[in-house]
Design a protein around this ligand. Structure first.
Ligand SMILES: NC(=O)c1ccc[n+]([C@@H]2O[C@H](COP(=O)([O-])OP(=O)(O)OC[C@H]3O[C@@H](n4cnc5c(N)ncnc54)[C@H](OP(=O)(O)O)[C@@H]3O)[C@@H](O)[C@H]2O)c1
Length: 486
């Protein structure tokens, strides 16, 4: 029986740029085995035809070469629009009626996707409950919620409470599109489907871990939102802590939603809470020069566009291994990468000196836009005595598999339709992530420590951050990935 996918925020940017292209591609690839109806809900007064026409244009633009008029025609036959306002209870009653009509009385599984500003999440959940749309009468009812999920622990808890009055936790899918990326899922495969990595994936062999999410772009159109949020809410609390969890978690008992999420959340529980003093010494914040020139940003804004922090995961595997998280806007290039920096060999057998500065092994997991893995290790330079050089074994996903990588949303939307919550955040996970970030945000707001360092766009953030690492006898892996054309 075809599922029904209801999008709240149908006329918005995310719907046209990501959701509809992803659903269309799933249709074209034949992944929606039972078919799918899509119903858009927002205030704009579209007819079914007008919305379909508009989506045809945007999907052509965003699906690129994957757009095929015949396949789109088949998909669009099952695309509908129902105008409504989340603040108007009657509009939910009429939506319920409309859904029953197009589903012809059958109890189809339904996904309600909240693709609208966070201030509407509570009202939407309450109205879905009041109108009976959330009730599972033998057919699944799931709700997908976009980020941001709260702005701190208290607001996330409140939102969870409101949602749990209507939906049970198994019905709630909190999306973090990083988890939909093939390269993030491959990290689980790398760790748990191979025997050679897991034995060295611990404090005995790893010196430290670096997780970098660098964006080349400045704040652009999102200035109003960004100035209130800042880099910790925008990147660290969600995407970066997700990457930390997947890097540091123990093997799950089974590959299924709760086993995976149990192990992930344990990592966050083990992250040492920042004291105010540690926020001063172990976090770093910056703002790129020119940030306050944006119309929507006050001249006096002290919002951080760059953050670096050292986290400790206090458990047997990771005791004493720092996890460095770093994210910034207006950086040298766009890259998301995880660097596993191994310890130095115990003995420097091949001499020392400039030629033989033996760099230790490094595993670089590139998440985006380059997608691949490199293992860096020492090699003897031929015909040069015992001179060594760092070389690497490398896998580039696209070259290896000769195909374009799917968008993260394709995988996640399919999982939501099929009821697999493995790659979605659970309530306790989101709250635990806020518990890690709240002390940093609070301390940054309350004090001038650590200082807010200015940095020039197109670099790697404030120089002082490089010095901070150097004082710890470490250095950032500041390398832009080599991209191959698609
Ligand atoms: N855009 C992205 O790339 C992106 C990425 C990650 C996360 N997100 C998250 O996704 C969500 C949507 O983002 P967006 O960029 O698509 O926002 P957007 O372009 O501003 O769209 C908001 C949507 O909400 C609808 N809406 C506003 N008030 C409404 C009301 N009272 N009743 C019913 N519909 C209402 C708007 O349509 P009408 O005006 O027609 O009602 C519009 O369709 C946000 O939570 C955002 O943080 C977006």
């Amino acid at each position: 029986m075809p599922a029904t996918f209801v999008i709240f925020g149908a006329s918005g940017d995310l719907t046209s740029r990501k959701l509809i292209p992803a659903l269309y591609k799933l249709h074209r690839k034949g992944r929606l085995k039972d078919g799918l109806r899509v119903v858009g809900f927002s205030r704009s007064p579209y007819s079914h035809e007008k919305w379909r026409d508009e989506l045809a244009e945007t999907t052509k633009q965003f699906a690129g070469d994957d757009f095929d008029a015949t396949a789109w025609g088949e998909f669009a036959m099952n695309v509908f629009y129902h105008a409504g306002d989340v603040g108007h209870p009657d509009d939910f009653d009429s939506l319920a009626k409309f859904l029953n009509e197009i589903e012809e009385g059958a109890e189809s599984p339904r996904v309600y996707y909240l693709s609208m500003a966070p201030q509407f999440y509570e009202a939407a959940a309450q109205q879905l409950g009041r109108s009976g749309l959330a009730k599972e009468n033998g057919a699944p009812r799931r709700m997908v919620i976009e980020k941001p999920f709260g702005t701190d622990l208290a607001s996330a808890q409140r939102l969870n409470e409101v949602i749990h009055k209507v939906f049970r936790e198994h019905q709630v899918y909190r999306i973090d599109h990083y988890l939909g990326k093939e390269t993030v899922q491959n990290l689980l495969v790398l760790r748990f489907a191979n025997t050679i990595f897991e034995p060295v994936w611990n404090r005995n062999y790893i010196d430290h871990v670096q997780i970098t999410v660098a964006e080349e772009v400045e704040i652009g159109k999102r200035a109003g939102y960004y100035d209130k949020a800042g880099v910790v809410r925008d990147m660290v609390q969600n995407h970066m802590l997700q990457l930390l969890m997947v890097t540091a978690m123990e093997p799950p008992v089974r590959y299924e939603a709760d086993s995976i999420r149990n192990e992930k959340v344990k990592v966050l529980h083990a992250v040492r809470r920042f004291t105010p003093e540690q926020v001063h010494t172990d976090t770093f914040r910056g703002q790129y020069r020119g940030y306050t020139n944006s119309d929507e940003v006050p001249n006096t804004s002290r919002t951080a566009t760059f953050a670096a922090m050292k986290l400790w995961v206090d458990n047997w595997r990771w005791q004493g291994v720092p996890f460095y998280l770093r994210s910034g806007k207006a950086m040298s290039c766009r890259t998301t990468q995880i660097v596993i920096q191994f310890r130095e060999p115990p003995q420097k057998l091949f001499g020392s000196g400039a030629l033989n500065l033996c760099e230790s092994n490094r595993l670089v997991i590139q998440i985006q836009p380059a997608e691949g893995i490199q293992l860096h290790f020492q090699t003897k330079v031929p015909d040069a005595g015992m001179k060594l050089r760092q070389t690497d074994l490398s896998i580039d996903y696209q070259q290896e598999f000769h195909r374009a990588m799917p968008e993260a949303y394709e995988r996640l939307l399919l999982d939501a339709v099929e009821g697999d919550a493995s790659l979605f955040a659970r309530a306790d996970e989101v709250e635990a992530a806020w518990k890690v970030c709240d002390p940093v945000i609070a301390e940054w707001q309350a004090h001038d420590k650590p200082s807010l360092y200015m940095y020039d766009p197109a670099g790697w953030g404030p120089e002082e951050c490089e010095e901070w690492m150097a004082k710890q006898d470490r250095s950032w892996f500041d390398t832009c990935p080599v991209l191959h054309s698609k």
